[in-house]
Design a protein around this ligand. Structure first.
Ligand SMILES: CCCCCCCC/C=C\C/C=C/C(=O)SCCNC(=O)CCNC(=O)[C@H](O)C(C)(C)COP(=O)(O)OP(=O)(O)OC[C@H]1O[C@@H](n2cnc3c(N)ncnc32)[C@H](O)[C@@H]1OP(=O)(O)O
Length: 715
């Protein structure tokens, strides 16, 4: 609702009340209309102030209303009524003014913001555009280039930047509502002619076409097929070239296409999924709301390779004390220098001082005796990790949580090295660990709910989106990647090139195709895993292993020292080791031809559809297996992992959401088709849960959990 009160005798105060973020639901919109009408009708009231309760101005339109029948007054006329008011209306912005929240403020005559407030038009991140006149008012207020930046990226700006841009009129460190009331009283009675943004001409640009061409090129490059950023540029162009009323019409037209699009659905699903994963649960019944995390003040990181360094930076930046341990003195010195550099660069970006003093470096593992939690980040080798865990058990004080940053090793096996396996969990970071948002928190059968809650909470403290997953080889992300990469390799055997497979996957929206990504991560990583699993038979590149089809192509490249970018060659060639520009490699093409000839394989024409379906549906099928086994609690967990950790295009929601969009029946049919053609590839065999979902009438994704529960109860 919106509450109307009179303060200081002559100020009408409208307070938006809709926890948690005062979103503009139908009731709130109606409340604003009623309150404005009332304030304008009261002769004693000289001015109005609009604020939000609990220190939050407004988080925008109520996203939960999208897709439902619209009720209540639409936003545009509400904001026009405010702008047209004959008495000054001041927005008192505390906390947030986002999307419709900022558009509401732009409808007001003045804006006062608290210094800690954040403002922005993030609609583009939800597959929309600021269609409550934001795309028309903002360029008129701050000019086209700045408006294009804010609207196409959706980035939030601080109050200081908002002041500099001209979005707000004043910033205060004190009580914002008091400041707004004082301000409103000071301007009461003055003409409002120059305060109605919709009447402003859009600031002229001499190079208008060039500016919009450049903006369009930039968004198309960054958008990976997303349509909202393009529509945002078109809407701002309308503001720059058309009278306000016509610009509004264009805004409406563009919004109409976006509003019902699959991309908007996917992005809004992704928004809620990212929040839903915080409400984790384990098959044991342990849950986020019944498991209390222990506060972590001091942590240790063991092993200062690339991952350990990034984790140390993340912890220190979040204000924790960190003991960073590396037993090799030379490595320790190098790591210290690298970590300090990372902290300094990060601090410079954020305009703060680097938290160098939060870290103490040591070459002795005994120095971790007084920490609350340890993150082991040594080389991905089980024997080495076990040794470290035995040492940690001897030196850590009782109750210390022992976490391992493994990307797929058995958590339970590691836990068995300690007298307190309940304190052991996996914390699978993604490189670069101080940048990537995703953290897989892996629980073993003996991990305590408190250990899981603590790791999940620590992830949040260091700015990660943490997803709790069960223990299995590769956990969720890497396990699903395995059939995807296998299919990509099989396609090469059958006639495709790495460039073609990557092109199809990149057109779908991945930042990098399977081969470019493998070259970046290092081909030796998978090689080591396959060796440990007994799959690599040097000198004998047979195409079957353990009764299933196997492609030794990756192993053969590794045997030649082609590990990807770092060695200057892999699936592609690079100018020099470490170079990032992948070029098609004639050597690889002849290598593939020779390989096919040696194995009696005849290259055939493979089309886009086959590449996409085989790579994606095999990955999705593994996702269903993961749900069936209870390794992930719901499809949202998998989708968040893929969007944040594996560059799955956000506007496609994630693999499980994509399967829902394509239609489960279609996914099942195509898997059946490909499995018939490749009966020796078990990952193409549709899994039980997928069949059950189709048999139970293909319920929409938000109802899959009901079927999963039934499957679990039958196991
Ligand atoms: C045919 C044409 C039809 C046209 C129809 C036109 C209608 C629209 C017209 C105009 C365009 C206007 C569009 C918008 O305004 S879209 C919304 C823009 N706003 C945002 O994108 C903000 C989204 N929220 C956030 O970024 C964050 O939540 C936050 C910064 C506000 C707060 O962050 P934090 O403190 O970390 O809390 P949480 O993120 O965990 O959120 C708490 C809780 O609140 C829920 N929530 C947040 N924002 C909204 C919202 N705008 N609507 C509904 N619910 C919201 C969030 O989901 C959390 O709840 P939980 O999921 O249950 O955990």
């Amino acid at each position: 609702m919106a509450q109307y009160t009179r303060i200081s005798g002559s100020v009408g105060l409208i307070t938006l009340k809709n926890p948690p973020v005062n979103a503009l639901s139908a009731v709130v919109r109606q409340g604003i209309v009623d309150s404005v009408e009332r304030a304008l009708g009261e002769p004693e009231v000289k001015c109005l102030v609009i604020c939000g309760q609990s220190g939050k101005f407004c988080g925008g339109a109520d996203i939960r209303e999208f897709g439902k029948k619209m009720t209540g007054p639409p936003l545009i006329p509400v904001f026009h009524a405010i702008e047209a008011a004959a008495k000054p209306v001041v927005a008192a912005i505390e906390g947030i003014a986002l999307g419709g929240g900022l558009e509401l403020a732009l409808g007001c005559h003045y804006r006062i913001a608290h210094s800690k407030a954040k403002l922005g038009l993030p609609e583009v991140t939800l597959g929309l555009l600021p269609a409550a006149a934001g795309s028309q008012r903002l360029p008129r207020l701050i000019g086209v280039p700045a408006a294009l930046d804010l609207i196409t990226t959706g980035r939030h700006v601080t109050a200081a930047e908002a002041l500099q841009l001209g979005i707000v009129d004043q910033v205060t460190d004190h009580n914002t509502v008091d400041a707004a009331v004082k301000f409103a009283l000071s301007v009461a009675g003055q003409s409002l002619d120059a305060r109605r943004i919709s009447t402003f001409p859009c600031p002229r640009l001499s190079n208008l076409d060039a500016v919009f061409e450049a903006a369009m090129q930039k968004v198309r490059q960054a958008a990976r097929g997303a349509i909202a950023p393009v529509a945002c540029v078109q809407a701002v162009r309308a503001a720059a070239t058309l009278p306000y009323a016509q610009g509004l019409e264009r805004e409406k037209e563009l919004m109409a296409t976006l509003f019902t699009s699959g991309q908007a659905r996917a992005l809004q699903y992704s928004f809620f999924a990212q929040r839903a994963v915080g409400r984790w649960s384990m098959p044991s019944g342990a849950r986020w709301d019944t498991s209390k995390p222990k506060p972590i003040r001091k942590a240790a990181v063991i092993g200062l390779g690339t991952m350990g360094r990034g984790i140390t930076v993340g912890l220190a930046q979040a204000g924790l004390s960190v003991v960073a341990v590396e037993t090799q003195e030379k490595q320790l010195m190098e790591a210290k220098q690298a970590v300090s550099g990372m902290l300094e660069r990060g601090a410079k970006k954020r305009g703060v001082s680097p938290p160098l003093g939060n870290i103490s470096y040591s070459s002795n593992i005994k120095t971790v005796g007084d920490v609350d939690l340890v993150i082991e980040a040594v080389f991905e080798d089980m024997a080495l990790k076990k040794e470290v865990f035995q040492q940690l058990s001897a030196v850590c004080r009782p109750g210390t949580f022992l976490c391992t940053n493994t990307s797929g090793l058995d958590i339970d096996d590691l836990a068995s090295q300690t007298p307190n396996p309940e304190l052991v969990v996996g914390m699978h970071f993604f490189a670069p660990a101080h940048v990537m948002k995703l953290l897989e928190v892996v629980y073993g059968p003996r991990s305590s709910p408190q250990a899981v809650a603590t790791a999940m909470q620590l992830g949040k403290v260091i700015g990660k989106v943490s997803v709790a997953v069960g223990n299995c080889q590769g956990f969720v992300g890497n396990r699903m990647l395995s059939p995807y990469l296998s299919q990509a390799n099989f396609l090469l055997e059958e006639g495709a090139t790495p460039e073609f497979v990557d092109q199809v996957l990149e057109e779908f929206g991945f930042a990098m195709g399977a081969f470019r990504m493998s070259d970046l991560s290092g081909l030796d990583v998978g090689w080591r895993v396959r060796k440990a699993a007994g799959l690599v038979v040097p000198g004998k590149p047979a195409r079957m292993r353990q009764g299933c089809r196997y492609s030794p192509l990756g192993d053969l490249l590794c045997e030649q020292g082609r590990f990807g970018q770092k060695t200057g060659s892999g699936w592609y060639q690079y100018d020099k080791p470490g170079s990032r520009v992948a070029k098609p490699d004639p050597w690889l093409h002849s290598f593939l031809e020779e390989y096919r000839a040696r194995h009696g394989l005849v290259a055939r024409r493979i089309d886009h559809q086959e590449v996409l379906e085989r790579c994606l549906y095999s990955l999705i099928n593994e996702g269903f297996r993961i749900l069936e086994e209870g390794i992930a609690a719901g499809p949202e967990d998998i989708d968040v992992i893929y969007v944040l950790g594996y560059s799955w295009p956000r506007h496609r929601g994630g693999p499980m959401f994509y399967a829902d969009m394509v239609g489960l029946t279609r996914v099942l049919e195509r898997l059946e088709f490909y499995h018939q053609a490749h009966p020796d590839v078990p990952s193409l065999q549709p899994c039980n849960l997928l069949r059950k979902l189709v048999a139970s009438g293909t319920p929409p994704i938000h109802r899959w959990r009901e079927v999963i529960k039934k499957v679990h109860s039958q196991l």
